[in-house]
Design a protein around this ligand. Structure first.
Ligand SMILES: [Zn+2]
Length: 254
């Protein structure tokens, strides 16, 4: 009888221990599934490339735009102004945002960026990267930017009017807003794939309007051109921030 009691005690002890181990494993497993971690997992892997002349890339892209995109876990963003850091990261990216006007001379890098688009990945070409920056790389403007800018109005106020309110990139963006920026003279190249204008810029007393936000009709990739973005007046503006977040989401197809 005594040995039976001892046996039962021993058995209960083992059951308790096993239960504790299972509970610990379960709780341990649960930490992997927390919403915060799950959110991190699905964040859009994004690289912003800056660097070059005439702009405070560190302030407006590295600091403000990274924060805009990482808000609520939308994207996991890295920033670099070292163009040699682009190529090793391309394979693990959902979205590449080029804002730089510094050269990208490595032929392998150029090929890899064209291939990134051909794979159907997401690209955003912003402000300075919509210029005709690189005479020895016409494919960039022709196939990726669909054209480019060779000038802009002197920095000042102008209106931006959303012309396609149904497109996901213009969601929650006011139909008309005013900001101070450089109004880029972006023109689509007639030999390129063509663009679809989502928003355009105008100034009073001037009949010429220019595209401010547009989609390049690339056969595979989703590419958004965002001509705005010289300084705080755009990067700190909620309309700009909504356009940037929408663009990252849309080009990544997530
Ligand atoms: Zn500028």
């Amino acid at each position: 009888m005594k040995s039976n009691v001892a046996f039962i005690r021993q058995l209960l002890g083992k059951i308790m221990l096993t239960t504790l181990v299972i509970l610990a494993l379960f709780l341990g497993g649960c930490t992997v599934q927390t919403p915060a971690n799950a959110q991190k997992k699905s964040a859009i892997r994004t690289l912003i490339v800056g660097g070059g002349s005439s702009h405070n890339f560190d302030k407006w892209y590295k600091e403000v735009d990274v924060a805009t995109l990482e808000k609520d876990g939308l994207a996991a963003v890295r920033y670099t102004s070292d163009v040699s850091e682009i190529l090793p990261q391309l394979a693990n990216l959902d979205v590449l945002i080029l804002t730089n006007n510094q050269p990208m001379e490595d032929p392998e890098l150029r090929k890899a960026i064209i291939a990134f688009a051909a794979e159907g990945k997401g690209l955003i070409l912003a402000h300075a990267a919509l210029w005709y920056n690189w005479k020895d790389w016409p494919e960039y403007n022709l196939y990726l930017a669909g054209g480019g800018s060779r000038g802009h109005d002197k920095y000042g106020a102008f209106d931006v009017t959303v012309t396609d309110t149904k497109h996901p990139v213009t969601r929650d963006v006011p139909e008309k807003f005013n900001l101070s920026d450089e109004r880029y003279y972006y023109k689509a190249d007639a030999n390129g794939p063509g663009i679809k204008i989502l928003a355009s810029s105008s100034v009073q007393g001037n009949e010429v309007v220019y595209p401010s936000v547009f989609v390049i009709n690339h056969p595979k990739a989703r590419i958004v051109g965002l001509a705005l973005g010289h300084d705080s007046a755009s990067h700190d503006l909620s309309a700009y921030q909504a356009l940037l977040r929408n663009a990252v989401k849309w080009v990544s197809r997530k």
